[in-house]
Design a protein around this ligand. Structure first.
Ligand code: DGY
Length: 341
C-alpha cells in the first residue's frame, strides 16, 4: 500500500498500523509512505531487506522482527538514518549494530503505560477470581446451581501486591491495585520509586482519615523478599541478559503456594518449562500470562493448565494506545531522519 507516491522521502512500515494520523504526519513532511500488507504475521530478515530496497529513508518495524546487523546494514546502504520500533520494549533491536551503521533508533514509551498496567490488573483479578475457568464451566453447561464451594478464589483487599520493576508500567499497575483493591505494596527495583511511595502514603493517610486501616508500602531489598511476601506478583522488568529466566524453578519455590504471578513484560523473563511444572504441582498457584518464552508458541503443557490464563501479547492493545504508538513511531522517524539533517 503506497501513500503520497511522489513524496521525497521513502518511509516503510513493515505492518499496517492503526489509525491514519501517523500516515498524515509523514505525508505532511513530504514522505512517500509504503506499508507492507504481506499476508504473513512475522516478516523474516530477507523479507524486510526486500522491503528496504535500494532507497529508504526510514523504517517503522515491529517487535517480532530481528533488527540486527543485517537489517541495519541494509537500511544504511539504502540511505536510511532512522528506525522506530512500534513498541516500548526493544529487546529485538541491536542498538549497537544501529550505532555502527549510523541509524538512530526510537521506541514508543508513555502511550502504553496505563493500557498495559490495566491488562496486568485485569489478569491479576481474573486469576484471583478464576474468571476464565468459571466462564468455561458456564459455557460447558456444567452449572447446576449455586454452591458454597463453587469457584472460590482470593479476596485481594488487604493482601499484598508485589511489583518487580517499578518503572512507568509497574508503578501504574501498583497504583491501580493499591487504590482499586486496597492492597498493601511491596516492590523491588534498583531505583527508588519515590512518586509511587508518596502515592501509597497519601492514599494510606486518606483511608486513615476516613476511619479505615491504611495501606502500606515497602521497598524490598531483594527480589526474593517480594516473592516470599506477596500474594499477587506482577513482573515489569526490561528483558536483557540479567533478567532472562529471572523467575526460575528456585524462585517459583520461594513464592506462596496460592500466589498469583502475572507477566506482561517479556516471555523469557520466566522459565516457562519450570513454570508448567510448578503449575502442575501446585494447583492453587495461578498465573496470568500475556507473553511467552517462544512466541507465538507456548511450552508443552501450559495450554492444559486450568490455573493459567493466557492471552496473545495484547497488553497495549487499546485503540487509543495503538494509534498513539503508531504516531510516536512516525514522529521518531521524522525527528531522527528529517530534522537531524
Ligand atoms: C511493547 O510495547 O513493548 C509491548 O510489548 C507491545 O506493546
Amino acid at each position: 500500500e503506497v501513500w503520497n507516491p511522489n513524496g521525497k522521502y521513502r518511509v516503510v512500515s513493515t505492518k499496517p498500523m492503526p489509525g491514519t494520523r501517523w500516515i498524515n504526519l509523514l505525508i505532511q513532511q513530504d514522505c512517500r509512505v509504503e506499508i507492507c500488507t504481506q499476508n504473513k504475521t512475522i516478516l523474516s530478515v530477507e523479507d524486510i531487506i526486500a522491503l528496504i530496497g535500494d532507497k529508504c529513508d526510514g523504517v517503522i518495524g515491529q517487535l517480532t522482527e530481528d533488527w540486527g546487523d543485517a537489517l541495519f546494514s541494509a537500511l544504511s546502504k539504502a540511505g536510511g538514518k532512522a528506525f522506530s520500533n512500534m513498541a516500548v520494549g526493544y529487546n529485538n533491536v541491536d542498538v549497537n549494530a544501529a550505532n555502527r551503521y549510523g541509524v538512530a533508533v526510537g521506541n514508543t514509551p508513555g502511550v502504553l503505560t496505563e493500557t498495559t498496567a490495566e491488562l496486568a490488573a485485569t489478569l491479576s483479578v481474573a486469576a484471583a477470581r478464576r474468571i476464565v475457568e468459571a466462564d468455561a464451566f458456564m459455557r460447558g453447561g456444567l452449572y447446576e446451581g449455586w454452591l458454597p464451594h463453587l469457584f472460590v478464589g482470593n479476596l485481594l483487599k488487604r493482601q499484598t501486591v508485589g511489583v518487580i520493576g517499578a518503572g512507568r508500567i509497574g508503578s501504574a499497575y501498583a497504583r491501580m491495585m493499591v487504590e482499586g483493591f486496597k492492597m498493601n505494596l511491596i516492590y523491588y527495583d534498583l531505583y527508588q520509586a519515590t512518586r509511587l511511595e508518596k502515592f501509597v502514603t497519601a492514599y494510606g493517610q486518606f483511608l486513615k482519615a476516613n476511619g479505615e486501616q491504611p495501606v502500606t508500602w515497602k521497598r524490598a531489598s531483594s527480589m526474593d523478599e517480594v516473592l516470599r511476601e506477596a500474594d499477587v506478583i506482577s513482573l515489569h522488568p526490561v528483558l536483557d541478559k540479567t533478567t532472562y529466566h529471572l523467575v526460575n524453578k528456585e524462585r517459583l519455590a520461594v513464592m506462596k503456594k496460592e500466589a498469583i504471578l502475572v507477566n506482561c513484560s517479556r516471555g523469557p523473563v520466566i522459565d516457562e518449562v519450570a513454570l508448567v511444572e510448578h503449575l502442575k504441582a501446585n494447583p492453587m498457584f495461578r498465573v496470568g500470562l500475556d507473553v511467552f518464552e517462544d512466541e507465538p508458541y507456548m511450552k508443552p503443557g501450559l495450554a492444559d493448565m486450568k490455573n493459567a490464563i493466557v492471552v496473545p501479547h495484547i497488553a497495549s492493545a487499546s485503540k487509543w494506545t495503538r494509534e498513539g504508538m503508531a504516531t510516536l513511531a512516525a514522529l521518531n522517524v521524522l525527528v531522527y531522519h528529517l530534522y537531524k539533517k
